[in-house]
Design a protein around this ligand. Sequence first.
Ligand code: HT7
Ligand code: ZN
Length: 872
Amino acid sequence: PQVIYLKDYQVPEFLIEKTDLRFELQADATLVKARLQIRRNPQSLSKNSALVLQGDKDLVLCRVAVNDQVLAEQDYRRSEESLSINDVPDVFVLETVTEIYPDQNTALEGLYRSDGMYCTQCEAEGFRRITFYLDRPDVMSVFTTTIEADKAAYPVLLSNGNPVASGDADGDRHWVTWEDPFPKPAYLFALVAGDLAFIEDRYVTGSGREVTLQIFAAEKDLDKLDYAMISLKKSMRWDEEVYGREYDLDIYMIVAVDFFNMGAMENKGLNIFNTSCVLAHPETTTDAGFQRVEGVVAHEYFHNWSGNRVTCRDWFQLSLKEGFTVFRDAEFSADMNSRTVKRVEDVSLLRTAQFAEDAGPMAHPIRPASFIEISNFYTMTIYEKGAEVVRMIHTLLGAENFRKGSDLYFERHDGQAVTTDDFVQAMEDASGIDLSQFRLWYSQAGTPVIDVSDEYDASQQIYTLILKQRCPATPGQSEKAPFHIPVSVGLLGKSGQDMMLSNGETTQVLELKEAEQRFSFTEIEEKPIPSLLRSFSAPVKLHYGYQRDDLVFLMSHDSDGFNRWEAAQKLGVDILQELIGEYQAGNELVLDNRLTAAYRAVLTDLSLDQAMVSKVLTLPTEAYLSELSDIIDVDAIHAVREFVIKTLAEALSSELIAVYDRCNVSEKYAPDATSIARRALKNLALSYLMKTGKPEQLERALTQFQDADNMTDSMAALALVVHSPYAKAAEVILEQFYLRWKNEPLVVNQWLSVQASNPSKGALNTVKQLMQHESFNMRNPNKVRSLISGFSSLNPVNFHAMDGSGYRFLADQIIELNNLNPQIASRLVTPLTRWKRYPADRQGMMREELQRIMDSGELSRDVFEVVSKSLA
Ligand code: HT7
Ligand code: ZN
């Protein structure tokens, strides 16, 4: 397959001013009639080139006409992926009629069917599976769309913009025409046709315009849409208040579909959502699920400005919209809930998944220089690291300048398709702050490492921090220039107070630009304990030789909530890593009682931010410990972490029971920050108590399971019992749970996932059996993610079984999915791409499976790219 390079970018040779589409939805095929008003792009240098439209190989071309003249076959050329027409005028109308087969579309790109309804997914390059088009984001056109379908089967017909006309047609059919006044790239096109119910509300914008809000779903899910509606209205208000951005159309629609490759899609005026990111009800949705709905609704809404009004010039600029929008949705969620908890969750994800990506064969900068298949670049790096880069700009400029920068960006580029550099330029121009070196964050991959040491001169009262930065090599980038890194620090005195720093504040942002740099603080009366990288001010790995006592001290005194948690994590990592060494040496394990004492203090201190207590008391995860390992010893990590949890649980059982009882209040479910914190702490206490192996704790979990009136408590108890040695009890409640929820697919997905992630022996056999279960469907990505990724990503001890069975199983599924759904198949490869991080025997088996996939026949571009880069 061909590699596409950023350096080869050229402006489009033709532009499409107007796009008129007519969809005739028939029983087994859909007719797509396109009428495109095209003109040569005056900015293009190639003056007489042919018109080349992208079009998938499965499109059946029925008719082509230029200015109403039907072309004969010799007048155009059809290749696997395009349609070329020579000798076109400078301005003309192109008509095509194409036949497509949504029922056969299992890739879920383009127009496809989800549970009987029609829907589309056009980002990144799905529109070319619908009709021939200039399918690139810098070709922006005004769309008019008419949909005609059977009236009884598809009473709801939706597309982008406003409905402008409708009527009945022959044969019990009807039609609706939609007009979207905002020029947009084809990737933002959407169509939905189905038998859908909806809820409706209205929103009045700051300037007094009324917007109709509609959320569509299957009739049976109508009672699960309120939270998305509340979230949407909050997002609209927040974007006005924080960014000065108003919504621009008269109607905003969201549609829930069950077959969807990702979380949601920001199509102009017609968002399409995975049901998992829009449906929410206390009985069927966990707290995490509610928060996901709030965050994803906000994310897609915010795209209306950061993505739709100002879009990407080409797909190398993907992080322009995704990084910025993730930053915006993270700030929104922080404002709606606990800011520190949100930061901890985001950083945890970044440090496990994104750092691992940066250390693997698919590592890429947030603005990649090349790709084979763009779908492979909807990554943690583009999204999460991209958001961290925007956050660093915010930190360097300050809130006020950042807002000036975003105003300038939106004003300067409204209606345009632009680059990440345009974004940085606007930030620079508005603030007057030099970001030239900072731009390296966009072009250099890898996670920088900062080694910190310090000196204290008591006679001069000067404290100095010495920061040294380096960045490991990544594919194609062996040498890196120093980054411009904002390192936020505070200094704590012996009594735990924050010292005043030279900027007159207690926190200061050090701007690290050199490979090595010294930062001195004057009038420091005693040797401080530094609080480094407060709020995780940069996506880096920072090393400083903290003593365990320092970390215990920071856990209770740091004024930065994030760094209190970070101190607990560092303490946990230090202790666990030492014990992993002991385990590997075959020595007896003894837990440092400073961890027990620190945990006891946190458990019993009611003055602490309750939202943070469960976070602080959660040991570093197996995934994070793996990421920190040079060579990952899956079994040692699992065994040691289990040992520490059990030891803590036994030592702290009375405190844990007290916490459980205090938090186990019966009140009407609400997904607010305080109640979420209480449930999180209660379920954390239960998770420790279960590890004591005492029968009364099993009883506690079973009682919670039976009495729960919300899915958070019910699912937590179910998972704890299933992941415990009480196999019989697990079997009983798994059966009971399924019988109760078998008609709620999203709940069943969690039921699948709990079993797939069970660390006990035999999980792979269970997964194989569940693949035959009535609830499983290989064509539904949510099922695949729950069961197959649940096993390969959340069940390290079984996935990495020494007989290679986990690897073999995963490779078999990838080979099967490669034909059905390449995007999903390619995402499943991720755990195998990490093979170099494991001991030699496992490396060999993982590599063998990658090779088997490679040799398995014709691979999709998606799978080929990831597998070939992993084997290189
Ligand atoms: N912008 C959306 C991307 C997306 C997508 C990409 C590839 C294949 C399927 C997809 N579904 C949605 C999602 C977002 O970031 O908002
Ligand atoms: Zn997005």
